[in-house]
Design a protein around this ligand. Structure first.
Ligand code: G3P
Ligand code: CA
Length: 311
């Protein structure tokens, strides 16, 4: 009898050890389907909706603050043109790197897309990276659920050219907030492999890193088995445009063979991929059929519910 109980306990332990971890849901720019991207409100909604990770795209101000914006320009997602009409560059764009944090704090964040939150309605502000972390860590405490952060260094080469290099100062902030080592609840992402290599090599960062891969033809060479193995020397995973996975589902297997995680971007309930009957249908394809380890979505609540339904 005793032997049978031990055997049953051993089997249960073995099953739980072998069971694959749940794929992760990454809230793309927060719950950006519902609230203007990269606002504390969008991050709070993402946490409440069950996101495992909440994304912050990062650019720097003239005085070196890291703020949460997708673009080096401010004009698509703020009212900068109204507040500072004379501060555009010759190309007609307003650059975050030309404004101090105090000036940025006078701006309102507005919705980028016409079919979403009414542009200019309500009063949203532009958070710093530190404020975003404090929001996530605060909600981790109040909910008892540990969401991670998923910061992206936006255009490090541009910032270096402006005298605002990103890597060291970024890692300092991560350290200040307790993100350290291989198992920290963070993924650091970048399209440019240079900063990822530098942070892992010269700066000795062990934080998990994701090499983003766009759908541009120029990046096709990155997804060969040989080049994925090279990426694995400085990153824990890849973040491909979702179109790459749709066109080449074997990419997931090749990346896994190179011991890389796969986190495609971006799935949207209001822009379902071609050939899918519903958002759930698309989520099923990525999570179940292609076997990705996580995905970026503007609708983290839908994806979190879908992942739960797979348990
Ligand atoms: O970072 C993953 C995904 O967000 C990359 O695309 O342009 O939305 O930053 P983007
Ligand atoms: Ca991003």
């Amino acid at each position: 009898m005793k032997a049978r109980i031990w055997a049953a306990a051993w089997c249960a332990a073995a099953v739980s050890l072998c069971a694959a971890a749940d794929p992760v849901v990454i809230a793309h720019r927060g719950a950006s389907g519902f609230l203007p991207e990269h606002t504390l409100e969008a991050y709070a909604a993402a946490h409440a909706l069950g996101a495992d990770y909440i994304e912050q795209d990062l650019v720097r101000t003239k005085d070196g603050a890291f703020i949460c914006r997708h673009d080096i320009h401010l004009d698509d997602t703020t009212n900068v043109a109204e507040v500072f009409p004379d501060r555009k560059r010759k190309d007609g764009r307003w650059y975050a790197a030309d404004f101090t944090l105090a000036e940025i704090r006078t701006l309102r964040a507005v919705e980028r897309l016409p079919n979403r939150f009414p542009r200019g309605a309500a009063d949203f502000r532009i958070p710093t990276f530190e404020e975003a972390i404090e929001l996530v860590q605060g909600m981790n405490k109040t909910t008892g659920r540990e969401a991670g952060i998923y910061p992206e260094l936006k255009n490090p080469a541009f910032h270096r050219g402006e005298g605002l290099p990103m890597e060291e100062a970024f890692l300092e902030i991560c350290k200040k907030y307790g993100y350290a080592g291989k198992s920290a609840r963070i993924f650091v992402q970048c399209f440019d492999p240079g900063p990822l290599k530098r942070m892992r090599g010269e700066l000795g960062s062990e934080l998990p890193q994701i090499h983003l891969i766009s759908d541009s033809k120029i990046q096709d060479a990155l997804v060969t088995a040989e080049n994925l193995a090279k990426i694995a020397e400085y990153a824990e995973g890849i973040g491909p445009d979702k179109g790459r996975v749709l066109a080449d589902p074997e990419l997931v297997k090749r990346a896994h063979a190179a011991k890389l995680l796969v986190h495609p971007y971006t799935l949207r309930r209001d822009e379902i991929g071609k050939g899918f009957a519903s958002f759930d249908d698309e989520l099923r394809a990525f999570f179940v059929e292609y076997g990705v380890d996580g995905l970026f979505t503007d609708y983290p609540g839908d994806a979190a519910r879908f992942v739960q339904s797979l348990r």
